[in-house]
Ligand binder design. Structure first.
Ligand SMILES: N[C@@H](CCC(=O)N[C@@H](CS)C(=O)NCC(=O)O)C(=O)O
Length: 234
């Protein structure tokens, strides 16, 4: 059976597990702590990052783009009828999402409003682009779930948790993104692609007393001089 090496709140991992869940492919999952990477993990992960996918034969694959392509090569594609041009366009729209994973992470980790606004402005540029491209259909390419939906899923899921917990709606100005977020929730993939302790760990890391969002996004404070938290997600 395929095995995924994961860190609980990593969006790159969630993209992979969401694809496996959407395709109903059975897999095992093993969680590690990135602050204390085990030696066996460092031996199999050339970039020292999760996700790693261990194939049935025990070969380690890394980089989520390559992992997603591998999964698509060994199983039927979600959008089976897409032609090569549509598939290329889908990959491009998928990259638009994955490029924003760490931007969203650093936005959520912002300690103060000014930092948050700076970082969120970058995220909004990608939201602007996808909002223009989305239709009223439930999914990116129409009525069928596809790889673009899966690539955007971690961003949409995280924005939903942020809204539910902090009250801050990243999609306030984006009705189509909001609709997409709701449609993807209905697939059940948000929950199926994460572990039971995801929400607690996510809140603990991003929505704590030290973050602007964790304080309810209601600061009037000035730029925090001690903005020393790492701008990465994990
Ligand atoms: N380009 C990589 C990015 C993966 C990544 O950034 N993973 C983070 C966790 S979300 C990680 O493993 N960080 C640990 C490190 O960089 O040492 C991919 O697509 O798989």
């Amino acid at each position: 059976m395929i095995k995924i090496i994961s860190f609980t709140i990593c969006p790159f991992v969630q993209r992979v597990t969401a694809l496996l869940e959407a395709k109903n492919i059975p897999y095992e999952i093993e969680f590690i702590e990135l602050s204390d990477k085990p030696d066996w993990f460092l031996e199999i992960s050339p970039n020292g990052q999760v996700p790693v996918l261990l194939t049935e034969n025990g070969v380690a694959l890394f980089e989520s783009d390559a992992i997603v392509e591998y999964i698509d090569e060994i199983t039927p594609a979600l959008n089976e009828n897409a032609d090569p041009i549509e598939r290329a366009q889908d990959r491009a729209w998928g990259y638009q999402a994955t490029k924003q994973y760490l931007v969203q992470c650093s936005t959520m980790r912002s300690r103060d409003q000014i930092t948050f606004n700076d970082r969120f402005a970058k995220l909004k540029k990608s939201f602007d682009r996808v909002e223009k491209r989305l239709s009223e259909a439930p999914y990116f390419s129409g009525s069928e779930l596809g790889n673009v939906d899966i690539a955007w899923l971690p961003l949409l899921h995280r924005a939903q948790i942020v809204r539910n917990v902090s009250g801050y709606d990243m999609f306030r100005d984006y009705p189509k993104l909001r609709n997409w977020q709701d449609q993807l929730e209905k697939t059940g993939l948000y929950e199926r692609s994460i572990s039971d302790d995801f929400q607690g760990k996510f809140i603990n890391f991003y929505l704590n007393e030290e973050t602007f969002l964790g304080r309810g996004a209601s600061d009037n404070e000035t730029h925090c001089k001690s903005e020393s938290q790492p701008s990465v997600c994990c």
